[in-house]
Design a protein around this ligand. Sequence first.
Ligand code: COA
Length: 193
Amino acid sequence: MDHKSFINSLIFEYVNASEVERAFQLELEGFPPEEAFTLERYTYIQKAAPTLLLGAYLSDSSSTSSSKLLIGFIMATLADAPKFTKESMSYHNPFGKTVCIHTVCVDKLYQRRGVALYMLKEYIKRLKNESQNKDVDSKYERIALISHKHLIPLYQKAGFILKGESEIVYGNEQWLDFEFQANWTNYLLCLVN
Ligand SMILES: CC(C)(COP(=O)(O)OP(=O)(O)OC[C@H]1O[C@@H](n2cnc3c(N)ncnc32)[C@H](O)[C@@H]1OP(=O)(O)O)[C@@H](O)C(=O)NCCC(=O)NCCS
């Protein structure tokens, strides 16, 4: 299957409670142990913020039933603070206006095929639609995330702006702050790139 057909074959759905363990498994395979979240954290976020845990699925054509395999996901919570903080890592504030992305993860077997970038664009599109249906007072104001230096191109391609070094100390490597301004104008730019 060529690159474009593979990407177009992906199905996006919110990860349900029965799939949280599969998402957690992908996290364990993708992150060093000192950076990985716990299964409890996954279960909490799926329950507290189900529309902030989006999965990318491959439909399993070898099966006669309509089964699908989770191959990547993005997980976030809401927070008040304008950037990623220690508090926003552990607590979902349903009234928060900053969408804090904790995890972007793709199954090792499917990396470097554009899945993460496509997922980020789909995620942003959904947040934009959700935000447009909210009251003026509760619209999302920004998306924040932290990442290591080698992934700067990924997040810039998705429309995020590098803000500088993060205050977060988690694991052994320096984290960088990224922000996507949710006035949604740069969203259109990131879609065409
Ligand atoms: C980081 C991760 C999500 C990327 O997923 P992916 O589906 O392979 O990424 P994409 O194929 O969409 O990459 C798009 C672009 O981002 C950049 N990129 C992606 N992974 C990269 C890497 N490991 N190193 C450098 N640049 C990378 C490249 O510019 C890439 O474009 P290219 O392949 O044409 O060069 C995946 O490697 C992963 O799950 N890693 C383990 C968990 C992790 O570190 N998550 C990020 C936490 S902030």
